[in-house]
Design a binder for this molecule. Structure first.
Ligand SMILES: [Zn+2]
Length: 387
């Protein structure tokens, strides 16, 4: 069925709401770029030129008030040496982000609490929160959690694409190792509760998710996951998981990466995975980067007709609302998404426009864009204070 186009009046209404509500994205991969030579997060970049999706100027253009910058490390070996190196690399990423924000006090500030985010919004500055994607740098030492908390960390995605010492991942090629959380992982969740770090179940296996639901005293989040009912991928959440997460008071932050929004053809999936893996390498030369970008562009053109749209991304938000109500859904686009109509952070107003077109109220949109995740962060702080 053809959808009703958005009216001028709705566009105006959406722009007003978008400017007013706190907009938070819980998963920004921009530190991967920041760790490369020559990338300045305070300078404007062009998606057409380098494929990057986030920097402070484009956050401002798009009305993106705050993002959780991901301290990301792809899972490597789990030897003491490799784990120690992962911790050093994580600390270097923290340092890079702190330095970049400190160098731009007029445009951005570090946020660790909901109050910080609302205050920075009032001052017209971008709020930079810290999330950690993959608990690998925690190693086997719970004391690292407090170290990272003190550096500003407010969520940890327990695993990435492979199992680690904390839990099983949803996509480990060797399958499950513990059937959920490891005994150490149980302690990690308890310590995160004690400190006030949100437990993020994106990337983990279904069994890990259910173990977290049993062990966490604070509401949990999925920082960047979508709905499996609409796109069958192990990275997405089943309806039963979404219901359990809502019962726990948590929130699923919908991911706008195309392959999690709409199932791509097998052919397309293979090409995309190959390119994404290559892009995650840190030692790329400028020529490598250029070649990769050309490859990506060619791939996008080839499959242009199959790319999901903003409306298809919003279908996931709506699916959660129909299932468990508007209090348990938010947005974690993973770098601006790359949907037709939203390929970098400067275009997120189109998401609000689509929500308005579908008849959502300002109050609903306020919850989706930031209210829900700030509620969970506040609840996590409260649980920590009760220890
Ligand atoms: Zn991820």
């Amino acid at each position: 069925m053809a959808q009703q186009p958005i009216t001028e009046k709705q566009k105006e209404k959406a722009a007003k709401i978008h400017a007013k509500v706190l907009t938070i994205d819980t998963h920004a991969d921009v530190p991967i770029n920041m760790m490369k030579d020559g990338f300045d997060v305070a300078a404007r970049h062009d998606f057409e030129e380098d494929g990057s999706q986030i920097d402070f100027p484009r956050m401002k253009d798009g009305g993106m008030d705050g993002m959780f910058f991901a301290v990301y490390l792809g899972q490597g070996r789990r030897t003491p040496e490799a784990t120690a190196e992962a911790k050093e690399k994580a600390l270097a990423i923290f340092d890079k982000i702190h330095t970049a924000v400190a160098a731009n006090p007029v445009v951005a500030g570090i946020a660790t609490t909901p109050k910080d985010a609302y205050d920075l919004q009032k001052q017209g500055k971008r709020a930079v929160f810290f999330g950690m994607e993959n608990g690998w740098p925690v190693g086997n030492d719970l004391a690292n959690l407090e170290l990272f908390y003190d550096l500003g960390l407010r969520y940890i995605t327990l695993s990435h694409s492979a199992n680690n010492d904390i839990c099983d991942s949803s996509t480990d090629p060797d399958g499950p190792e513990y059937n959920g959380l490891s005994p150490f992982g149980e302690k990690v969740v308890q310590e995160m509760n004690r400190l006030g770090i949100m437990v993020d179940i994106s990337h983990v296996s279904d069994s890990t998710f259910y173990d977290v639901m049993k062990s966490t005293k604070a509401p949990a989040i999925a920082s960047h996951s979508s709905c499996r009912a609409l796109c069958d991928h192990p990275r997405n959440m089943t309806d039963d998981m979404i219901k359990a997460l809502a019962k726990n008071g948590g929130v699923i932050q919908i991911n706008f990466v195309p392959s999690f929004v709409k199932k791509p053809s097998q052919q397309q999936e293979l090409s995309m995975t190959a390119i994404r893996l290559k892009m995650r390498q840190v030692d790329l030369s400028n020529d490598d980067k250029k070649a990769l970008y050309e490859e990506m562009k060619a791939m996008r053109e080839k499959y242009a007709g199959d790319m999901p749209t903003v409306a298809e991304g919003v279908d996931h938000i709506e699916h959660v609302i129909k299932l468990v109500g508007v209090d348990h859904v938010g947005i974690g686009m993973d770098g601006g998404g790359q949907l037709v109509g939203c390929r970098d952070v400067s275009e997120i107003g189109n998401i609000t426009a689509e929500l308005v077109r579908r008849g959502y109220s300002e109050k609903d949109i306020e919850k989706i864009w930031g209210g829900n995740i700030m509620r969970v962060l506040a609840a996590t702080e409260k649980v920590a204070q009760s220890f």
